[in-house]
Design a protein around this ligand. Structure first.
Ligand code: NAD
Ligand code: IPM
Ligand code: MN
Length: 361
């Protein structure tokens, strides 16, 4: 199979973990006889520095032409004081919107070797396996107006959704639930927000189309509590953009580290942008110690969802599981009696496992 992939390393550890995903994809291509070609483009802070634009036009155009996109992370203290339109995060929001990637799937599944690495009690985390379906191109991040008013005396951000935007993400979530344990939790703040009331109505309307899925509504504050007191309760969670952002970082605690969570940003066709849930981690950037597994697992999601390469995705996931089982981990994970390795070593071990598996099978 021949596929063209755009790489958007971005800033901080984004550049480090993209390198790891690239190495893993190269070995997959080798072993399974595929041709993956790559093109690297600037996004985020590095693009602000070079082009005075967090989403240069050529980056956007290249993504539109690609079969899939892999994104590292954007942002960092260097750009924190920039005006909104010159913030790295604008580049990320811009590319998601431009590509119409409204469905962000964030699977949260603990690897057995890491159950004790969570600060939560091991017996509580054991068996947790959930999927957060986060709406990605609407809500508070994109609603207009969003501005300072009255000479900075007041400010407004707008949480806006259309019926169509809610319907399509709710459909995605129901469909995801059908492929899993068939339980959907729709998370909102319907006791306060008008947008949440419409969200609830639409979920209620839609449920007749998915009779095999049980559905419930849960308020976001209660969900935040239940996620870490009874995580095994959840199967699929669907929620608006900002609630999904916050809940997914919280849910990463189940896995032992934010550096473990991959994500897929999808639309109706098979195209997708794949990005770890974590950010550019300025506190560890440049040290070569970032956990590359969220990025590597995001590449596996790309193989599965965009290229339908299920075996190839599965071998990457097995490699991650196996290397963790052997006790190797990066510094972000508190593993008992494990062996701490850096980004390059972790990547190397994944690559070697894939090579060895393919010669024995
Ligand atoms: P962050 O996710 O970058 O880091 C939070 C903490 O988790 C840090 O202590 C960091 O060291 C650790 N961490 C995250 N990923 C890790 C990994 N792979 N390996 C080891 N440790 C890891 O969040 P932040 O510090 O709040 O944000 C830093 C910058 O990143 C900000 O500019 C923010 O806007 C941006 N950000 C970007 C994305 C993205 O590009 N998708 C996502 C989140 C945050
Ligand atoms: C994420 C990030 C982004 C978001 C930021 C950097 C804009 O936190 O992908 O989770 O909030 O979507
Ligand atoms: Mn986030």
């Amino acid at each position: 199979m021949k596929k063209h992939i755009v790489l958007l390393p971005g800033d901080g550890i984004g550049t480090e973990v993209i390198q790891s995903a690239n190495e893993v994809l190269d070995v997959i291509a080798d072993v399974f006889n595929h041709t993956f070609t790559y093109e690297t483009h600037a996004i985020g802070g590095c693009a602000v520095d070079k082009y005075n634009n967090p989403l240069p036009q050529e980056t956007e155009a290249a993504c539109h032409k690609a079969d899939a996109v892999l994104l590292g992370a954007v942002g960092g203290p260097k750009w924190d004081q920039h005006p909104s339109h010159l913030r790295p995060e604008r580049g990320l929001l811009g590319i998601r919107k431009s590509l119409d990637l409204f469905a962000n799937l964030r699977p949260v599944k603990g690897f057995s070797k890491l159950l004790h690495a969570s600060p939560l009690k091991e017996e509580l985390v054991t068996g947790s396996d959930l999927l957060i379906v986060r709406e990605l191109t609407g809500g508070l991040y994109f609603g207009q107006p969003s501005e300072r008013q009255n000479n900075g005396e007041s400010v407004v951000d707008t949480l806006a959704y259309t019926r169509k935007e809610i319907e399509r993400i709710v459909d995605k979530a129901f469909q995801a639930a059908q492929l899993r344990r068939k339980h959907l939790t729709s998370v909102d703040k319907a006791n306060v927000l008008e947008s949440s009331k419409l969200w609830r109505e639409i979920v209620e309307e839609k449920k007749a189309q998915y009779p095999d899925v049980t559905v419930e509504h849960m308020l976001v504050d209660a969900t935040a509590m239940k996620l870490i007191t009874k995580p095994t309760y959840f199967d699929v969670i669907v929620t608006e953009n900002m609630f999904g952002d916050i809940l997914s970082d919280e849910a990463s605690v189940l896995t032992g580290s934010l550096g473990m969570l991959p994500s897929a940003s999808l639309r109706e066709d098979s195209f997708g942008l794949y990005e770890p849930v974590h950010g550019s981690a300025p506190d560890i950037a440049g040290k070569g110690i970032a956990n590359p597994l969220a990025m590597i697992l995001s590449a596996a999601l790309m193989l599965r969802f965009s290229f339908n390469l299920k075996n190839e995705a599965a071998i990457i996931e097995s490699a991650v599981e196996e290397i963790l089982n052997e006790g190797y981990h990066t510094a972000d994970l508190q593993v008992k009696n494990g062996q701490r390795v850096n980004t390059a070593e972790m990547t190397h071990r994944i690559v070697e496992y894939i090579k060895s598996e393919s010669t024995t099978s």
